[in-house]
Every structure is written in structure tokens, then in C-alpha cells.
Design a protein around this ligand. Structure first.
Ligand code: PLP
Length: 455
């Protein structure tokens, strides 16, 4: 995602820079044990972390976690943080969730892996089929893995190579989707990707049905891959009629449609496909359904699932699609998914968390009004955030105008020093199932105090 220059009307940049310097120093004083661990880790872990991008997750040097309970976690220095990042939506159920913990422990004793299915996988597929109206399901290790297999399946089933994604997208670390647009051309966004990977990807703007129709008319598009609402560039909501048009056009041009609900499954019971009654050929889920346990899934429509089932890859000729992996769909993963669906991710739980999302957005918007900032709060189920303009964005390009990294990073450190862990920079704060109303109010109170220092 490109760094953007935002209008951010109402912010005093000099005071922001002074605040940042003060808060950086305070953060360093609060985290001496993490500093010592970083020094030790540097000998064997590049950038002192097991995945290098963890070192960029926060604008400060990385800290190390010790434990978590409910909506809060502690670092190795004993600092507590009320988590509004929700581990990028992989911990919606909260830290140390008793149901997840006891399910994992019981299954670990029975066996973590047989390389055979257990009946939990069937129960998960039944649950998801009922909630999301897609009859066939396959497990992967992550949402990235699910999107990879969906792209492969769509190419195989249509005999076409091109995929369409929308600006402001993120679908995982996949060669074909790690692209950005510059001067009207699509480029690989990172070094080391497969040569030519970006050559088969077209990047359009969300909510632009005319451009979509023109591109689909070429007849070479295997798949349109999109989130129902974009959530990786703050939030972009679909305009009225966008999803209906998207479905009609993809069907008319023989293109398959995948709705990636890795995030938005957490936004409504049955995801946004159910809440908004959307129809797609594939649905992608991930992030362990918010349990923190590694697994992803994808659902398929009746016709796609039937075709898929005829083309397995092992020990047969002609070869079918390459899917799966040794530690995908383990009994641990399927038992956790089943427990989460049956006991935690209930309709009541989603209603509760949506109420908190509204409280968060209302609270932030009241702060903006009180401080005469012409901003809006993003709203999508439990997710909110800071739209630094009076109008909500219609696409990724417009949404990028609210990604003011100086402002975001200063806010995150300010909050961390006061016991709140704010969202990653491309997202906004999000309520989880473990939050209470008082937690939400604490976030809003700190947002108000932060803005009070710089406007
Ligand atoms: C919409 C969407 N799809 C896929 C992914 C990839 O998920 P993972 O990193 O768990 O594979 C993400 C990650 O943020 C995402 O937001």
C-alpha cells in the first residue's frame, strides 16, 4: 500500500512531532526487558523477530508478549495492553479463551495429527454451509493459502489466466496479488516474486462497475477476488447496487467470483455474504476464525464444488489441481473450528460485538465533532477508524488519503504508553468478543486526549 499525504485538517504538525519524540522516549523507558530480548534475538532472528515484518508492525522497536487474558495482554516488562488490534482479527474470541484452551488440550491428548480426517471437519463444513450457503468446503493453513488455491481452481475451471483485484486490496502474501498500480500499469509490489506474476493481474477501483464491465468483456478473466467491503485500507463500503452488478457481470462473462471474508467473517454472523445476502462462487475464511489457531478455509458453490471434486491430484492421470499440505486440516484445527462455531461465534455474540462497534464509532465521531475536526468514523460491524475527511471513501485510492502515517504512528505510541494497543496502520480499532463497554469507552477517552494534544 502506498504511503500517502493526507489533508488531515486540524492537526498541528509541529506539536505532533514533539509528541512523537516524547512518547518514543517514554516507550523505550517502559520496555527494558524487551530491549534486552531484542539484543539476544538479533544473533539468530533477522530483525530480532521470527517473521521479519513483525519488526515493522509497530513504529517502535518490537516488544515481546508474555501472556493474555480476555481483551488484554502483557509484555515481558509487565505492561498491560487493552488490545484494539485484535491481532489483525485473528483473536476475536479473546486471549486465553477457555473453550479454545480446553478444546486444544483435549484434542492434543487424543492426537494432534493422523493425516486422516476426523468428524470435526464434517461438523465444521455443515455449520459453515448452513451459515454461508456454500455447500462445499476445504481447509488450508491460512487465508493466504485459501486464496492461492481459489486462484488456481478458478484458472483451472475457466481455462483463463487473468484475475481482477481492487485497489486497497490485501489477500495475503500471494505472488499474483502482491501488486500495485503506478502510472496506469500494474507492477509487482515486492522483490523476489515469480517473474511475470503481476502480468496476469488487473487492478481496478472498488465500486467502479463500468471499468469492471470493460475489463471482463475481453473474456480472459478467470476470477474477480475482493473483500465484500475493503478492510485493509481502513474501510471502503460498497455503494448500493455494486455487489448486484459485480455478480451479474461476472456471471455474464463466465468469470468466477471469490469474496474474501478473512476479516469480514468477524463482522457479522455468517459474514457479510450472509448479512448482505451476497452470492459468490468461492468464499475465503481465515485467521483461525478469530481463535488465533492457524487455519483457513474456502467454501464453494454447488457447481464449482462438484467440478472441483472431479479433479484431485494424487496418483492419478491426468493430474488434477494441486491443493492442501501435510499440516492443513489437522484434528487440532478442525476441533478448534468446530468449538468456535458451535460455542463461541454465536448469533448473540455477533450482536453484542456489533453493538460495541457502534459505541466505538459513535464515541469517535463525538470526539471529532467536539474538537471541530471535519472527520468521520469508519463503521462496519465491530470495526471503526479515522476517516480524515468529511466524506467516506468510495475506493482504495480515496481511502489512502486517511492513511496519514505520522498521525497514526504517534497515536499508536501515545495509546500504548497508556495501556491500549491500537490497530495496525492500515486498519482501525476493532471491538472483539472479549471487550466490555468500559474498554470501548477507555479507547475513546484516549483518542480524545491524544487529539487534544495536537489540535
Ligand atoms: C482480506 C484478507 N485476506 C487474506 C489475508 C491473509 O491472511 P493470512 O495472513 O492469515 O494468510 C488477510 C490478512 O490480513 C486479509 O486481510
Amino acid at each position: 500500500m502506498s504511503h500517502s499525504v493526507s489533508a488531515a485538517i486540524g492537526i498541528d504538525r509541529q506539536r505532533l512531532a514533539q509528541l512523537r519524540a516524547r512518547e518514543d522516549a517514554a516507550f523505550a523507558r517502559r520496555t527494558p526487558r524487551s530491549a534486552a530480548l531484542r539484543a539476544r534475538a538479533a544473533a539468530h532472528l533477522p530483525n530480532s523477530v521470527p517473521m521479519s515484518w513483525m519488526s515493522n508492525l509497530y513504529p517502535t522497536p518490537p516488544i515481546y508478549a508474555e501472556s493474555g487474558r480476555g481483551a488484554s495482554f502483557r509484555d515481558v516488562d509487565g505492561n498491560g495492553y487493552l488490545d484494539f488490534n485484535v491481532c489483525d482479527l485473528s483473536m476475536t474470541v479473546g486471549f486465553g479463551n477457555e473453550i479454545v484452551a480446553s478444546t486444544l488440550a483435549a484434542q492434543a491428548r487424543r492426537g494432534t495429527q493422523f493425516l486422516l480426517a476426523t468428524d470435526d471437519a464434517i461438523a465444521v463444513a455443515e455449520q459453515l454451509a448452513e451459515r454461508m450457503h456454500h455447500p462445499y468446503w476445504q481447509f488450508t493453513l491460512s487465508a493466504s493459502g485459501a486464496n492461492t488455491e481459489v486462484i488456481r481452481a478458478a484458472r483451472f475451471l475457466t481455462g483463463r489466466s487473468r484475475i481482477i483485484i481492487f485497489g486497497g486490496h490485501y489477500h495475503g502474501h500471494i505472488d499474483e496479488t502482491l501488486v500495485r498500480e503506478e502510472l496506469g500499469r500494474v507492477h509487482a509490489d515486492n522483490p523476489g516474486l515469480s517473474p511475470g506474476a503481476a502480468a496476469h493481474t488487473t487492478l481496478l477501483q472498488f465500486n467502479d462497475l463500468a471499468a469492471l464491465e470493460r475489463t471482463l468483456a475481453a473474456g480472459d478473466v478467470a476470477l474477480v477476488l475482493t473483500e465484500p467491503a475493503l478492510t485493509n485500507c481502513n474501510v471502503v463500503l460498497p455503494t448500493a447496487g455494486f455487489h448486484r452488478g459485480l455478480r451479474e457481470l461476472t456471471k455474464r462473462h463466465g468469470t468466477l467470483l471469490c469474496l474474501d471474508e478473512a476479516h469480514t467473517f468477524q463482522f457479522a454472523y455468517g459474514g457479510l455474504v450472509t448479512a448482505w445476502q451476497l452470492n459468490a462462487d468461492f468464499i475465503v475464511l481465515g485467521k483461525g476464525l478469530g481463535t488465533g489457531v492457524s487455519f483457513g478455509l474456502y467454501g464453494m458453490s454447488e457447481s464449482v464444488g462438484a467440478a472441483y471434486a472431479r479433479h484431485i491430484d494424487l496418483y492419478v492421470e491426468p493430474r488434477g489441481m494441486a491443493t492442501g499440505g501435510t499440516t492443513y486440516a489437522t484434528p487440532l484445527a478442525t476441533a478448534t473450528a468446530r468449538a468456535a462455531l458451535e460455542q463461541i461465534l454465536t448469533a448473540d455474540a455477533y450482536t453484542r460485538v456489533e453493538t460495541f462497534g457502534k459505541r466505538l464509532a459513535d464515541g469517535l465521531e463525538a470526539v471529532f465533532t467536539r474538537r471541530s475536526l471535519p472527520w468521520r468514523a469508519f463503521r462496519c460491524g465491530p470495526r471503526s477508524g479515522y476517516c480524515l475527511a468529511p466524506q467516506l471513501p468510495l475506493n482504495g485510492r480515496e481511502a489512502a488519503l486517511s492513511l496519514d502515517y505520522d498521525l497514526i504512528n504517534a497515536r499508536r505510541i501515545y495509546m500504548a504508553n497508556r495501556g491500549v494497543w491500537d490497530a495496525v496502520s492500515s486498519a482501525g480499532p476493532q471491538a472483539s468478543l472479549a471487550h466490555t463497554a468500559a474498554d470501548i469507552d477507555r479507547y475513546v477517552e484516549l483518542a480524545d486526549a491524544f487529539l487534544g494534544e495536537i489540535n
